[in-house]
Structures are given as C-alpha cells and as structure tokens.
Ligand binder design. Structure first.
Ligand code: UFG
Length: 333
C-alpha cells in the first residue's frame, strides 16, 4: 500500500515506519521535525512540513495517491497541555481536521489514528475496556478525544475506514539499537529513569507513595514500542482485508508500580541514582491497565516483548547510544 505517515520521524512513528518498510509498503513521512529527527526515518521518503499548513497538505495529497494515512503527529505532554491548552487544540485537534479534509477530498480509504488512554480520564476501574465513557481530565486527552470523534463522524459520512489505537504507556526501543525515544525533555517514567543511569539527569522523583496499590505508587501498563508498531501494521492489513472500523486499546493488560519500574532500571543497569519521594502529580490515576481482548481478537495481535526487563533493557541500550551520539554531535559542531 502507499501510505502517508504523519509524525513518522518521532518516537513511535519511526518504529512503525521501519516495520511498514519491512512489510513492503511504499511510505511517505510528513513531519515538521519539532520533536522528531530526519535520521529516524529509515524507510520511504521524508517530506518536511506542518499540518497547520493546508497548502502543504494539498500538495502532498496531489503528488501522491495514498491508500492509507497513519496519523501520529501530535504534542503529547500532559502538564504542557494544561499550561498551554490551545497549543494542543491547534496541533492535535485542528491539524487532524486539516488532515481529514484532505483525506475526504482525495477519497483515502483507510486511516490509523494514534489515540491514548488519556481519553478515559480517571476511571473507577483499573482495567479499561474501549466502551467506557470518555472523560479526559486534561487538554491533551480532550484534544485526542475530539480527534477521535471527527474521524468517526467522517467515517460515518464517507467510505473512510479507521482503526483508532488507544495507547497505554509506551516504552522501550528497537532491539537492534537503531531507534528509540529521543524526545527532548521527556517526562515519561522509563525514559526519565534511563536518563538517570546515563547521567543526563542527576536524580528523579516518585510522584506519590500513598496510592491504594501494592506499594503505594501508581500502576501503569507498559507496552513495548515494537509490539505497538506491529499493531499498526496489522491494523492496515485488517482494513485492507475488509475489516470494519474499530477502536482498540493497546496494552498488555497487566501493570507495574513506579517503584517496580525504578528497581528494574537499577538492576538491569547496575547503577544506583537518587530517587526522591514527593507528593502526587495532579491528574494521576492510581492504576491503569488495558483490557486487550478486542485487539487480540480483532487483529490477531500477540505481543512479542511482554516483559518489563526487555522493555527496560532496550530503553537503556538506546539511552546510552543516544547520549553518546549527542555528545559526538556537540563535539563536531
Ligand atoms: N512518574 C514518577 N516520576 C517521574 C515520571 C513519572 O513517579 O519522573 C510516575 C507518574 O506519576 C505515573 C507513572 O510514573 O504514576 C507513569 O508516568 P508517565 O508520565 O510515564 O506516564 P502517564 O501514565 O502519566 O502517561 C501516559 C502517557 C500519556 C497518556 C497517559 C494516559 O505518557 O501520554 O499515559 O493515561 F496521556
């Protein structure tokens, strides 16, 4: 298939692009390189541009006939979305609308959309099914919920088919060390802990130790980025084989506490680093895990990396390489 991948130079998009390339797809990446990198695009062609620019989108869709659009391009930092909500409604919601206009006009039949567990907000349940009411508690989650709704409404009014993937906590890196999370100023737990190992950061905090969980810290469902990438490739095959539009959680259905994650990072790296226990971070639910029955049954998806040690080890290997590359780059400048 001829596929457009927006945000294909970013952390998750770049892993998907590599797998799409290996599956034989013909790829065009569209990315403004605000948090992504040209080197991360290891298959297909990179077009540098912004989804705020309707004329750039139009020339892209006029130059290529796409069978599918995979839409990753977005801002993803929850606290930033609280401080600067309109950035999120612009870059995430409005830019999705810009993209959907082109999808409609050019009759693109398939779309895969990167959504998030943040659309569920602070649910009572700890294991979440796709049918739960959506109640995001921050602009990031709301910006994605609105995008989901636009996609569904357009699909109801046109031949478009979609798979919306709601990601839980994505972590880890390509096991061959080719790609990984290089996002500047990342806030994600495993990334932060790995930065403590390399010395890129001097220490870290645990946000809240008084939750009603097995050790008082929050539980999250960490999913390896390669398993998540595989779900995207399978979603395309599913639609190409006549599959109906779907909303699917992406997670393993089990969780680890913040303390457990930090212990694994310390054990795998053999490094100790300062960890301070501080108060709760606003908006953190105690425990979030995916009910993944639907994705398993619909796509036949099965994880290959459902193991916290593997997730952490690949993240650590990547972080070491990335810090080395950054130092060499600085020296050469
Ligand atoms: N945490 C710490 N210290 C840190 C970083 C994180 O204790 O330095 C804790 C958080 O408080 C939370 C857990 O580690 O309990 C995981 O935090 P992350 O920031 O890694 O991830 P979140 O669960 O907050 O967010 C993730 C995605 C979001 C998405 C959300 C949906 O990163 O994009 O899941 O629930 F919105």
């Amino acid at each position: 298939m001829k596929v457009l991948v927006t945000g294909g130079a970013g952390y998750i998009g770049s892993h998907v692009v590599r797998q799409l390339g290996r599956a034989g797809h013909d790829i065009v990446v569209f990315d403004n390189l605000s948090t992504g990198y040209a080197w991360a695009v290891t298959a297909g062609e990179l077009v540098v541009g912004d989804l705020a620019d309707a004329s750039a989108i139009e020339s892209l869709f006029s130059a290529h006939t796409f069978d599918a659009v995979l839409h990753f391009a977005a801002n993803i930092v929850v606290p930033e979305s609280v401080a600067n909500p309109l950035k999120y409604y612009s870059n995430n919601t409005r830019n999705t609308l810009n993209l959907l206009k082109a999808i409609e006009q050019h009759g693109v039949p398939y779309m895969v959309f990167s959504s998030t567990a943040a659309v569920y907000g602070m649910p009572e349940q700890t294991v979440l099914t796709e049918d739960l009411p959506l109640a995001p508690i921050n602009p990031y989650g709301a910006s994605k919920m609105m995008s989901e709704r636009m996609i569904m409404d357009l699909a109801a009014a046109s031949p478009l088919n979609y798979v919306i993937l709601r990601y839980f906590n994505v972590a880890g890196a390509n096991p061959e060390g080719l790609l990984g999370q290089a996002t500047p100023e990342a806030t994600h737990l495993i990334k932060v802990a790995c930065e403590c190992v390399t010395g890129a950061r001097e220490g870290m905090s645990i946000f809240g130790t008084d939750y009603d969980t097995r050790d008082g810290t929050c539980i999250r469902d960490y999913i390896h980025v390669e398993d998540l990438a595989k779900a995207h490739v399978m979603a395309l095959d599913y639609m190409a084989n006549g599959g109906q539009s779907q909303v699917l959680n992406c997670g393993y259905g089990r969780g680890f506490t913040v303390r457990e994650v930090i212990d694994v990072v310390k054990a795998r790296s053999g490094e100790d680093f300062p960890v301070q226990e501080t108060g709760r971070r606003a908006g953190d639910p105690a425990a979030l895990m995916a009910d993944n029955q639907r994705i398993t049954e619909t796509l036949g998806w099965k994880p290959d990396y459902d193991d916290l040690d593997t997730i952490v080890q690949t993240a650590l290997d990547w972080e070491k390489k990335w810090q080395r590359l950054k130092k060499e780059n600085n020296k050469n400048q």
